[in-house]
Design a protein around this ligand. Structure first.
Ligand code: PLP
Length: 427
């Protein structure tokens, strides 16, 4: 550690970027290099990255780096000229989605992708209201932060947004066999609430892995019922795939494939360009046409030639390296290892998730399930001291979020499990 350099950077950052930004860890990490599942700090110390999904196919994957460099050295412009790459990319991307979802509109961030989805939903339905889960994160623009409930309470939401409980069968109010039905009934109730305010619903917006809600184990049948409710009211279903998309959940390429539903709009971002800013809003051609009757769309950087090259390279690597299968296999191995630890550590209350998106919920005791917020923070800090990067999520910040680059090996997973076992025994 070089505390002088780190505290100097911290002071500069505060002065130059202002106080609204946040950082991870009590002693923020100063990383200077990444490779595969590894990050390196300024002193050359290696960290096993169990947290980052943006470097989806591994930090600085040579194939993606090469594709970005090659295209950057040839041409990078705004998006108002003809270019093949963005079309090739749109073709490849929509081929991963169900039939009918065949128009891709590009942007640079998940926020922008969701912002456009909200506008399309309003243009198509004529409605203005949105239904979301009650600890969601969808982005940082004005309109999208209004449907982000992570930092709000029901009474601070704007009139056109109604939050429903995330279908949490571990901590939530319904845990029995009828949980899917009972949670979905809140979507119908939310639509009625909007109507009682004179607002018609435009869409139900769900992060299909419910990441900020705590990677809750969505009961089978919930999505089908919730989507049926919004459609019966004339609204659309927007699947926010910014977190689960691109094969992370192992069994499936997209999170919404949990149930037999086809979204009306799918939004995506984070992992698409392995760090190069790429995002997209994919929808049906008739919805794209309805939107175009009201509005034009221009995004200076969204889907430029380098973005398309990065996105294509990521899809190539997922395929060539069998990363969906890796997510399935290593995800299972990690989850089984965590279950084993839960057998020995009372405070590891629940292990859940899909593929390489795993949550481990920390509780004071199994009986009360009281969230162990402080303990979770201590675990995260201790893991960092041991050279492993993780973090917490959920309303109570007591859920360990494990979401490593998709190239994680069995050996890496075993190393993580051994370190976590040591940390849990020591604390
Ligand atoms: C589910 C979800 N949607 C949207 C976003 C916003 O993406 P971005 O930060 O690229 O704007 C995030 C970011 O964390 C997210 O988790």
């Amino acid at each position: 550690m070089r505390p002088k350099l780190e505290s100097h950077l911290l002071a500069r950052r505060k002065r130059l970027l202002g106080p609204a930004y946040s950082l991870f860890y009590r002693d923020p990490l100063h990383v200077v290099r990444g490779e595969g599942v590894w990050l390196y700090d300024a002193d050359g110390r290696q960290y096993l990255d169990m947290y980052n999904n943006v470097p989806h196919v591994g930090h600085c994957h040579p194939k993606v780096v090469e594709a970005i460099a090659r295209q950057s050295s040839r041409l990078n412009t705004h998006t108002r000229y003809l270019h093949e790459l963005v079309l090739d990319y749109a073709e490849r991307l929509t081929a991963t989605l169900p039939d009918g979802l065949d128009v891709a509109m590009f942007s640079c961030t998940g926020t922008e992708a969701n912002e456009l989805a909200l506008r399309i939903a309003r243009a198509v339905t004529g409605g203005a209201g949105f239904v979301v889960t009650d600890c969601s994160y969808h982005g940082n623009s004005q309109a999208v932060s209004e449907i982000t409930t992570e930092y709000s309470t029901p009474d601070t939401l704007p009139r056109h947004v109604v939050a429903v409980p995330a279908p949490d069968v571990y901590r939530g109010r319904y845990r029995g066999e009828d949980a899917a039905e009972r949670y979905a009934s809140h979507v119908s109730a939310a639509i009625e609430t909007l109507r009682s305010r004179g607002i018609e619903p435009a869409a139900l917006v769900l992060d299909t892995i419910m990441s900020s809600d705590g990677v809750v184990a969505v009961p089978p049948g919930y999505l089908t019922r919730a989507v049926a409710a919004i459609r019966a009211a004339g609204g659309l279903f927007i699947a926010d795939e910014v977190q689960p998309g691109f094969a992370r959940t192992g069994e499936r390429f997209w999170g919404f494939e949990l149930d037999d539903v086809t979204p009306d709009i799918v939004t995506m971002g984070k992992p698409m360009g392995n760090g190069y800013p790429v995002a997209a809003t994919v929808t049906r051609s008739e919805f794209a046409e309805a939107f175009a009757r009201h509005s034009r769309y221009f995004n200076t950087f969204g889907g430029n030639p380098v973005a398309a090259a990065a996105g294509l390279a990521v899809l190539d690597v997922i395929e060539a390296e069998g990363l969906q299968q890796n997510a399935r296999e290593i995800g299972r191995h990690l989850s089984a290892g965590l279950e084993g630890l839960a057998g020995r550590h009372e405070r590891l209350g629940d292990v859940r998730g899909a593929g390489l998106f795993i949550a481990a919920e920390l509780v004071e005791d199994r009986e009360s399930r009281t969230p162990a917020t402080k303990y979770a923070d201590q675990v995260v800090e201790a893991l960092r001291q041991e050279g492993v990067l993780a973090n917490t999520i959920g309303r109570h910040d007591n859920i360990l979020k494990l979401r490593p680059p998709m190239v994680i090996s069995r050996q890496n997973a075993d190393m993580f499990l051994a370190i976590l076992a040591r940390v849990l025994s020591a604390l």
